[in-house]
Design a protein. Structure first.
Length: 403
């Protein structure tokens, strides 16, 4: 098996996933071509330089359908001889695209790949694909399906996390994200989104709310309480599966959950010969990748067992990891990860996370991997792990080590 190296990683800023968001007029195709062109131009790639372009995107309908990855290749400055593959592993799609490309290179199926993800949540609403996981009663009944937010609240109830604990984490995410932007920590990776005239549409993460404090969060109503307790009564469904819980404590709301945003990310990776051919210096080696299936009702606990799996596979201990990126889908997801491994919060999401900057579904996994790499270099650390919880009960993880 070949060693696989990361040579570059870029992302767009995250725009608010609403009609008044800065990126609402920018299609997922244009977001994808922005990062593909940046990778090509920064690394002076010509011709069929890479074997494939693999992009994750979750809601593959409408303008995000029809193999968006291939469409993006043709719309970009890349050579038409390069194919494209669109994949969907829900929230981990962007990371899974990188993992898939890495494993292809390691196995000898090509020397170099571009992998990442894209999602325009303002233009293609989440769940507008109408998948069976959420709407087919024959599936939902047999699998005790509940919405993700209810799953996050079940985690909080099961593992003893309070509303104040979740809000404190959310405030800290906002503080860290602002500090990172103020310190230009994303300067190496963030690519401005421009219009056809070359004028900048967005050059910063638009969703951030740096003035957030405990008082402002305390005024927010729990987002999933009514959904769980009144109609359609998802709490009752969940409690059938977890009868040891007397009730579900609804602690999550818009302020301590990930934000709906638009964005794209891309990672350039390849073997040693690929770097030599194009005169590139490797930034990190992909040490291991892993994925796993988990309980589909609580749904969001995947980062714990997938991290256990990847550590077993590599013979590593949690103490061997210097920094962690654990996607902030909901506050309880990160708190459960830290609790399970007794990891200090100072080593997790040190530049903020999706609570502060937003979670553009198919792009997030590639985004947090790039953020992890940048922070390893900035803080002169060696090894990092990126992981995400995934809808319907899965987990994905990647370990990288600086070269």
């Amino acid at each position: 098996m070949k060693d696989v190296f990361i040579y570059d990683a870029v992302r767009t800023p995250r725009g608010k996933g609403r009609k008044d968001g800065a990126l609402h007029e920018v299609s997922a195709l244009n977001l994808a071509t922005t990062v593909l062109n940046e990778i090509k131009n920064r690394n002076e790639l010509v011709g069929d330089a890479v074997e494939d372009v693999i992009l994750g995107n979750v809601t593959q309908v409408g303008e995000q359908g029809a193999c968006l990855a291939r469409t993006a290749v043709l719309a970009s400055d890349l050579d038409e001889a390069i194919p494209g593959l669109a994949i969907n592993r829900f929230c981990a799609s962007g990371l899974e695209a990188v993992n898939l490309a890495s494993n292809q290179v390691a196995g000898g199926a090509g020397s170099g790949y571009i992998a990442g993800g894209v999602e325009s949540m303002s233009r293609v609403p989440m769940m507008s694909d109408g998948g069976a996981v959420g709407v087919d009663p024959s599936f939902t009944f047999d699998n005790y399906f509940v919405p993700q937010g209810i799953g996050a609240d079940i985690i909080a109830t099961e593992y003893g996390f309070t509303r104040d604990m979740a809000d404190e984490m959310a405030v800290e995410s906002q503080r860290r994200a602002k500090a990172a932007w103020d310190d230009n920590r994303f300067e190496k990776s963030v690519v401005p989104v421009r219009d056809v005239n070359g004028l900048t549409i967005l050059d910063h993460d638009e969703y951030m709310r740096p003035t957030t404090d405990m008082q402002s969060l305390g005024a927010l109503k729990p987002s999933f309480k009514e959904q769980g307790e009144v109609m359609p009564g998802f709490d009752a469904i969940a409690l059938m599966k977890y009868p040891h819980l007397e009730r579900i404590n609804h602690i999550h709301h818009a302020g301590n959950s990930s934000g709906i945003v638009d964005g794209a990310a891309a990672v350039l990776l390849g073997d040693k010969e690929f770097g030599e051919r194009w005169g590139l210096t490797p930034r990190a080696r992909i040490k291991a990748t892993a994925k796993i299936g988990t309980d589909p009702t609580i749904m969001l606990t995947g980062p714990v067992p997938v991290t256990q799996k990847i550590l077993r596979d590599t013979g590593m201990e949690i103490s061997d990891i210097d920094l962690f990126e654990v996607n902030e889908a909901f506050a309880s997801v990160v708190m459960r990860f830290e609790q399970a491994f007794n990891v200090d919060h100072d080593r997790v999401n040190v530049n903020g996370g999706s609570i502060a900057m937003g979670h553009p579904l198919g792009a997030t996994g590639a985004m947090i991997l790039g953020t992890l790499l940048d922070e390893l270099e900035r803080s002169d650390r060696e090894t990092g792990l990126a992981t995400l919880c995934i809808g319907s009960g899965m987990g994905a993880a990647t370990i990288i080590e600086r070269v």
